[in-house]
Design a protein around this ligand. Structure first.
Ligand code: ADP
Ligand code: MG
Length: 342
């Protein structure tokens, strides 16, 4: 895939570059957003969102994470106008999706989780049609530019039903960026995508972000979110339970690991250290796992020294997003029992 981001228009209405002072501080602003899906037949109604408040700062690379069924796609589909909300408000680029629908739509490009492409269209036809839906005149279409960006020029006239999953994903990306929106949303963009395409995709998304486009993405790959996103929100059962700079979130992890290298080899674990969760890595390293809230590093060091050992070196491992995620969503799972009630 050629990495040539389409320049993002800052003002979706005029197409002009607005001055920074005119730009909204929040690319997306969500207040009290609730959604209850109506039941059908045997299916009871399902409350997917319970009063979500969320601000996505302009220019950020924002990760929305949460277990399956947490409500991520529901939020994104409401933003895209694919799902009607039950209550609350959503502003995109300061345009309310209820009262300023047209401009809100022009400000956002959404790559949905589902590969919902009409099989009867070719990529070229699909993108031309989408351009007209965005209100562009034929002379203003950027179909070829968008196809080039996602590396689908050769497939321009192929029927979409013949495209591979990865190609369909790329076509949906092209569709989302046709109108160069200032906000691009990707819902699980790397699900079922091979490693190579995933790398290309992230390179592209990073460049888009570097040029000023605000990116909102959901992903199951926590490691990717940890590397890519500057801010992360965690949603669980329809509620936002954390929203912080990625670094701050990682510092909140309670589980910690410390590896101590001793000056001399030891044959077995000293008795005095038996009260810790510690592993002997022969010949002279000890790996401690502990909860920061319960155990001080200094206390462990003192215990090592009073066991008659001398420390040559010491490293601590920072928390991983995976740990934060499990700690936060796990705690809630243990604390509540009525979650599956609508
Ligand atoms: P996520 O994207 O975080 O996995 P979703 O937003 O897709 O979560 O789903 C949130 C909840 O809403 C889930 O319990 C899901 O089963 C339910 N849900 C999603 N779409 C529908 C629908 N069209 N009708 C009924 N329930 C739905
Ligand atoms: Mg989803």
């Amino acid at each position: 895939m050629t990495v040539v981001p389409l320049p993002s228009r800052r003002d979706p209405e005029s197409g002009g570059q607005a001055g920074a002072a005119d730009l909204p501080a929040q690319a997306v602003s969500i207040r009290g957003l609730s959604k209850t899906y109506k039941g059908a037949g045997e299916m009871p109604p399902k409350t997917a969102l319970k009063g979500v408040d969320l601000d996505i700062p302009r220019g950020s690379m924002f990760g929305l994470l949460g277990p399956n069924g947490a409500g991520k796609s529901t939020i994104i589909n409401i933003m895209a106008g694919l799902v009607t909300k039950t209550a609350g408000s959503v502003k995109i680029w300061d345009f309310d999706i209820d009262t300023d629908r047209r401009r809100a739509k022009l400000a956002i490009g959404v790559v949905p989780q589902e590969l919902n492409i009409d099989p009867h269209f070719t990529p070229k036809e699909l993108l031309d049609l989408q351009s007209s839906l965005y209100g562009l005149k034929p002379g203003e279409y950027r179909t070829w530019e968008a196809l080039e960006v996602v590396g689908l020029t050769a497939e321009a006239h192929a029927y979409s039903r013949w495209l591979s999953g990865g190609m369909k994903r790329r076509l949906l990306i092209a569709k989302a960026i046709l109108h160069a929106p200032p906000v691009v949303v990707l819902d699980e963009p790397t699900a079922g995508v091979d490693v190579e395409l995933r790398q290309h995709l992230w390179t592209y998304v990073r460049e888009l972000n570097a040029q000023g486009t605000t990116i909102l993405l959901t992903t199951h790959y926590l490691e990717e979110a940890e590397k890519l996103c500057d801010t992360i929100a965690i949603i669980d059962r329809g509620e936002v339970i954390a929203r912080e700079a990625t670094g701050d979130l990682l510092r909140r992890v309670d589980s910690k690991e410390m590896t101590v290298t001793l000056t001399d080899d030891i044959a077995e674990m000293p008795y005095a250290l038996g009260k810790y969760d510690v592993e002997l890595l022969p010949p002279r390293r000890l790996c401690f796992r502990f909860r920061r809230s319960q155990t001080q590093i200094g206390e462990i060091i003192a215990a090592i020294q009073s066991a008659g050992l001398t420390i040559a070196d010491l490293t601590t491992a920072e928390g991983r997003l995976e740990d934060v995620f499990l700690e936060m969503t796990g705690k809630r799972a243990g604390a509540r029992h009525d979650d599956d009630a609508p």
